[in-house]
Write a new protein. Structure first.
Length: 480
């Protein structure tokens, strides 16, 4: 049984989703068919998108059809790439979520799409996916802590997270399941909101919950899984604008360098990575403390770039590695990431569990490993650059029943002590859905109508709306 190849990518499209063509999609997804093993197509493809369409469209509910078409375009791009790389035996791709559930895989303009290779992961090897959504925008602090399999019901979807959890049986000749959990997040923006971003992450840990298999069980958190991939626009910036920023970040082509992984360029970027606030908070145990990541020095900060240009940054904004892909696995080796020396068996519950489970096996091929972590700078539709990662996940060992105490299920990750399940909410599921949807729809429809009434001019549209309200009130008073 071979390793599972997982391609994950995140892209903040800055509301320019309508400008993305099939050619752009193929360029974005082409790295999925490369990596350590050039002959292997990905088994799973995980796509996280933020700001696909303008927020007034997504909040008002008018973006669902566009998102469905975008999902179909991703599948078409994957199939086209597959046919070009493997003309004689090209695999095809399909969503792991039933078509009836596609509306649940986004909140606001945050979209999570997961696709399977139909040759290597036929439908019978997959369990039923569970989907969860969490709004972290306006209203997220109103005490609406609740859970369901398809609707978070916390706050507006201008910021938030979408999660998908799916069991997969890769074992041959035995019934042994692994649970894969994927999370796409868009956290609070702006330099000064560092603590808010940390709080957003803690909310995801505690409140992005999945329905249990039994009504007697508690809801499941994202850490109760065999493998976890968290990606998105996490919005962590640099601590300050570094000295000599232009010389450190200048495009590789201008310096005559052939690849982004040039050793001199990687060394140059170490000073930038040292200023990354996510790693700073991670080292202090305030956020993402049990998650692993690839080498950030392989690419330049992905925000805030200039639309239409391969290189260059908006000098009015502090640059940052805002777009990230982090992971955890029950088979992740404790020293996988040299960038995170503070994560070891003594300080990390996750790695302590992993080390204990696999102390007798030092072979890297038996561990979940990341073989590529990079951006795609020549995609210029947005003020962000897409980031991708390639992970290889070994199958459960042949003696899994002897190694693991759980029957028919690989071990879950060790549980972070700070991530507690929130108390059950007295609000019914229907009430929570109404509150969450009402916040989005009210703001979205008012926003959308203002743009229409103002012929694209939002202030003018708001003025017209207020004028109409005043006329309506005057008419109403006249009726009495």
């Amino acid at each position: 049984m071979s390793d599972l190849k997982l391609f994950a990518s995140t892209y903040n499209l800055n509301t320019r989703g309508s400008s993305v063509t099939p050619t752009h999609l193929q360029h974005w997804l082409r790295p999925a068919f490369a990596g350590d093993d050039e002959a292997a197509a990905p088994d799973l493809v995980v796509i996280g998108v933020q700001e696909l369409i303008p927020l007034h469209q997504s909040l008002s509910g008018f973006g669902a059809s566009f998102i469905a078409n975008f999902q179909n375009a991703i599948v078409a791009a994957l199939d086209t790439l597959s046919a070009s790389v493997y003309p004689s035996h090209s695999p095809t791709f399909a969503s792991v979520a039933p078509r009836s559930d596609y509306r649940a895989t986004f909140i606001g303009s945050i979209i999570l799409l997961v696709f399977r290779n139909t040759q290597t992961l036929p439908q019978e090897r997959l369990g039923r996916p569970s989907i969860s959504r969490l709004g972290l925008g306006v209203g997220s602090n109103l005490g609406l802590n609740a859970w369901s399999s398809d609707c978070g019901g916390y706050g507006m979807g201008n910021k938030g997270a979408v999660g998908l959890r799916i069991p997969i049986n890769r074992s041959e000749g035995q019934d042994y399941w692994e649970t894969f959990t994927f999370v796409c997040a868009h956290l609070a923006a702006h330099d000064e909101n560092l603590e808010t971003r940390n709080a957003n992450y803690r909310q995801i840990l505690s409140s992005l919950l999945f329905a249990p298999s039994s009504s007697l069980d508690k809801p499941l958190q994202i850490w109760q899984t065999s493998h976890l991939v968290l990606l998105g626009d996490l919005n962590y910036r640099l601590t300050r604008a570094p000295t000599g920023l232009e010389s450190a970040l200048i495009d590789t082509a201008r310096r005559g360098r052939e690849t982004q992984t040039d050793p001199d360029l990687k060394k140059e970027r170490q000073s930038l990575v040292a200023l990354d606030t996510l790693k700073e908070q991670q080292a202090q145990g305030k956020a993402f403390d049990c998650l692993l990541e690839g080498d950030l020095t392989t690419f330049a900060p992905t925000y805030k770039r200039i639309v239409g240009q391969i290189d260059g940054y908006n000098k009015k904004r502090r640059p940052g590695y805002t777009d990230r892909i982090l992971f955890a696995s029950y088979r992740a080796k404790s020293n996988t990431q040299s960038e995170l020396p503070e994560l070891n068996a003594e300080t990390s519950p996750l790695l302590a569990r992993t080390t204990a489970d696999h102390a007798s096996n030092n072979d890297n091929t038996s561990q979940t490993r990341i073989t590529a972590y990079n951006s795609i700078p020549d995609l210029t539709a947005s003020d962000h650059k897409p980031v991708y990662a390639i992970l290889f996940m070994p199958p459960p060992p042949s003696d899994a029943h002897d190694q693991f105490s759980t029957q028919h299920q690989t071990p879950f990750l060790a549980f972070p002590p700070s991530a507690t399940v929130p108390a059950a909410n007295s609000l019914s599921l229907g009430t929570r859905q109404v509150i969450a949807t009402a916040l989005d729809r009210c703001i979205g429809l008012l926003w959308y109508s203002a743009i229409i009434l103002g012929a694209g001019n939002l202030p003018a549209g708001i003025f017209v709306e207020l004028l109409l309200v005043l006329i309506g009130l005057t008419w109403w008073k006249g009726m009495w």
